[in-house]
Structure formats: structure tokens, C-alpha cells
Design a protein around this ligand. Structure first.
Ligand SMILES: *Cc1c(COP(=O)(O)O)cnc(C)c1O
Length: 411
């Protein structure tokens, strides 16, 4: 019989979301009349911007004509989309990023995992705790970790705890790590990084020859003009950082699928023989071999994000979710609950009252006001005592959930 990749057996059973579903289902069965509001989801809820839909419809029509038909596109993405991204998302912010350094893909989640293909197996890897689980699980699958302990931590990974005490920004490690995952604005905590904080990471990475994986999936939600949107706004980042971006959260492409990864041509890694090798070349080779590009129709939809109408519509979408976040912040604060995040990110990170555990607070919210969120402990041991509430929902649901909490929920 064939053997399997045993690393998969090290993965903790997908515990968080199935357990939430189990508890919600049990509650609904016992209370069939309760109107449960789900504020736990990390998916968008509002329709695709009109500019994107119009562009996609036009692209479908083109494909229906022999002269307009497109077969395989470039594995790296169409030049016209890469040029727009380079100009609007990077060069306009003073980032020295060329279109040829932008690789279009079908998702940041996929790219966060796929990028490990071009790195060796002996790198030391650092993640924050709590963390977006994809960073950890993809390293487990690739065999970069040992077994999991009873706190849910994998052997061999360096965990950088983040909490209210350090404003949810990890301190720079004292030891040497090779690969560092940073996500700003952060999922799940909603925290942001200042220029100074990112500069400290870039300085660290350059001093140690490390690479930073910078996940900027939520950059469009930044409202504070002082905060950097891209790691390439930081001096030296071209020599030590790969950035992941996505159309999922700003333009509602979670079901449409389009994202991008920036690999500067200046990035280098060491080969076994000690020579320096271009990471751009390796990623280009990897994508050309294992990927056949994002559909023409979807890339036209993504391009429309950069049209004047697209920009207005995306900004309106982001504002809508951020108004939700502000309602959540204000109402929870009025109910006596300590909140973080939700100012430059669509997630509000709640300190559970009376030092309740994340799961006890989950049960209490579900049972008293029929509102569902996500227990912070599901994102890592240091998330214990916290709770994530998502602003991705209808205004009606957000207002109703907050009304119930302020009326019925006594802290
Ligand atoms: C939603 C999200 C992404 C985007 O993933 P896609 O595969 O592009 O939809 C990336 N990183 C984080 C932390 C996210 O929450």
C-alpha cells in the first residue's frame, strides 16, 4: 500500500469552527425559536462592486467571440493587471515595486502555503500567538514542525505572544529566526503596525538574513493616514520581505478568487552549496510549473477595482464594514466590555469580562443573547481570554446583535 505524508497526522483536528457549529446547532435544536446572529465569520457579506461585475460580464462576452477568445494566460497574470497594481497599490505610496515583481494568483491563503515550496526544510519559523491558522498548518504539512503539545503549540516553531500588554504587536525575538509571518492589519486581533514597528522588523530581518512574509489582506481597512499599507513603504524591505495581498476583503472576491504576491527581484536565499539564489526566479519557476493563472474574466474584474468607479465602490464597501466595526466597538464599550481593534481592521478583539475563558464567554453570549462570535483561544494559546467579533455582516444583524448585548447582557 502507498504511504502518506505523515505530517498531516500531526495536525490538530480542525477543532475551532466545527466546535462552534456543534454548540450553535445544539442550542438551535433546544431553542428552535431563537434568532441566532452569527458574528463569527471571516467572510464578506455584501455584493460584488458593480464595476467588477460589469467588467466580468464584458470579459465573458469577449470570450464568446473567436477574436476575443483567450486560452491560457500568462502564469504570472496579465500585464495590464500587474501594471495597475504596481501603480495604484505600490508606486503611488512610494514603494519601489515593478509590475514584473507582482504575481497574480487565486488566493492569498493558497500563496501563503505555496510559498513554502521555494524554501528549505531547516529554516526556523516564527509566528505570532494568536495567529491566522494557515501559517502554522501549512508548515506542519510541509514537515517543518514537531508534534503538537497540549497547549496546541507545535515543536520547532517560535511563538511570539501578542496581547493587550504589548498592544498586540510581537516583540522582536532575541534569537535568530529565518522566516517570520506578520499580518497587519491583523486577523484575528484587528491590531495595526506603525512604521517604527515594521522598520524594527525589517532591520532585524536584514541583520539576520531572514525573510518576512507580510500578509496585507486587510490593508484597505486602514483609516489612520500615518499607518503603512505595505511593508515596502519601509526602507530596506525590498531585501527581506514578500507581501501577500488579496481582492477578497476589499472588493468582496472571497468567492470570485483573485490575489497577488509580491516577490522583489532583490530577494535572495542560500543554496546548499552556499551560493545566493534569486527568490523571484524560484517563485516564477514554481508558478510556471504548478499554476496556470487566474481566469481572464476574474482578472478583468480585479482590474476594474482600479477604475474610478471601482475605487469609489470599494471604498464604500470598506466604509460600510468599518461603520459596522464602530457600532460594535461603541456598543460593547457601553456594555462595559473592553474592546481592541476594529478601527483599522474589520475585526473587534474583545477581552472577555470577569476573566471568563474564551469558550465560557462564547457559551454565555450564545445562551443569553443568541449571538455567535469566535473564541480567541481557537487562534492560539495566548488568545485565551479574548473573543473575535467580525464586522462582516449586514447593518441590520450588527445593530440587532448589539442592541441585545446592551439590553440583556450584564457584565
Ligand atoms: C481572508 C484572509 C486572506 C485572504 O485569503 P484569500 O485566499 O485571498 O481569500 C489572507 N490572509 C488573511 C489573514 C485573511 O484573513
Amino acid at each position: 500500500m502507498v504511504t502518506i505524508n505523515d505530517n498531516y497526522l500531526k495536525l490538530k483536528a480542525g477543532y475551532l469552527f466545527p466546535e462552534i457549529a456543534r454548540r450553535v446547532n445544539a442550542f438551535v435544536e433546544a431553542n428552535p425559536d431563537a434568532k441566532v446572529i452569527r458574528l463569527g465569520i471571516g467572510d464578506v457579506t455584501e455584493p460584488l462592486p458593480e464595476a467588477c461585475r460589469t467588467a466580468m460580464i464584458r470579459a465573458v462576452e469577449e470570450m464568446g467571440d473567436r477574436n476575443g477568445f483567450k486560452g491560457y494566460g500568462p502564469e504570472q497574470g496579465y500585464g495590464w493587471l500587474r501594471e495597475k497594481i504596481a501603480q495604484f497599490d505600490f508606486q503611488s505610496r512610494g514603494c519601489d515595486i515593478d509590475a514584473s515583481e507582482i504575481f497574480i494568483s487565486d488566493g492569498s491563503k493558497c500563496d501563503c502555503g505555496n510559498i513554502l515550496d521555494i524554501f528549505g526544510d531547516t529554516n526556523t519559523i516564527a509566528v505570532t500567538d494568536p495567529v491566522y491558522p494557515v501559517y502554522v498548518d501549512t508548515n506542519v504539512m510541509a514537515g517543518h514542525t514537531g508534534d503538537v503539545n497540549d497547549r496546541g503549540e507545535y515543536g520547532g516553531l517560535v511563538y511570539l505572544p501578542i496581547s493587550a500588554e504589548n498592544h498586540f504587536t510581537a516583540s522582536i525575538p532575541s534569537e535568530k529566526v529565518d522566516l517570520i509571518y506578520l499580518c497587519f492589519p491583523n486577523n484575528p486581533t484587528g491590531a495595526t503596525a506603525t512604521r517604527e514597528h515594521l522598520q524594527a522588523w525589517v532591520n532585524y530581518a536584514k541583520a539576520h538574513g531572514s525573510i518576512i512574509f507580510f500578509d496585507a489582506a486587510y490593508e484597505a481597512f486602514i483609516t489612520d493616514p500615518e499607518l503603512p499599507h505595505s511593508i515596502y513603504e519601509i526602507e530596506g524591505a525590498r531585501d527581506c520581505a514578500i507581501e501577500f495581498r488579496s481582492f477578497s476583503k476589499n472588493a468582496g472576491f472571497t468567492g470570485t478568487r483573485c490575489a497577488l504576491t509580491v516577490v522583489p527581484k532583490t530577494l535572495m536565499g542560500k543554496a546548499a552549496d552556499g551560493s545566493d539564489v534569486s527568490l523571484w526566479q524560484l517563485w516564477n519557476r514554481r508558478q510556471s510549473t504548478k499554476f496556470n493563472g487566474v481566469s481572464y474574466v476574474v482578472q478583468r474584474g480585479a482590474e476594474a477595482v482600479y477604475s474610478p468607479d471601482g475605487q469609489n465602490q470599494v471604498q464604500a464597501l470598506v466604509r460600510f464594514y468599518m461603520d459596522n466595526a464602530q457600532i460594535i466597538r461603541n456598543q460593547l464599550t457601553a456594555a462595559g466590555i473592553q474592546v481592541y481593534g476594529g478601527v483599522n481592521a474589520p475585526y473587534v478583539w474583545v477581552k472577555t469580562p470577569h476573566n471568563l475563558s474564551s469558550w465560557d464567554f462564547f457559551d454565555k453570549l450564545l445562551n443569553t443573547v443568541n449571538v455567535v462570535g469566535t473564541p480567541g483561544s481557537g487562534f492560539g494559546a495566548a488568545g485565551e481570554g479574548y473573543f473575535r467579533i467580525s464586522a462582516f455582516n449586514s447593518r441590520e444583524n450588527v445593530e440587532e446583535a448589539m442592541r441585545r448585548i446592551t439590553e440583556k447582557f450584564k457584565v
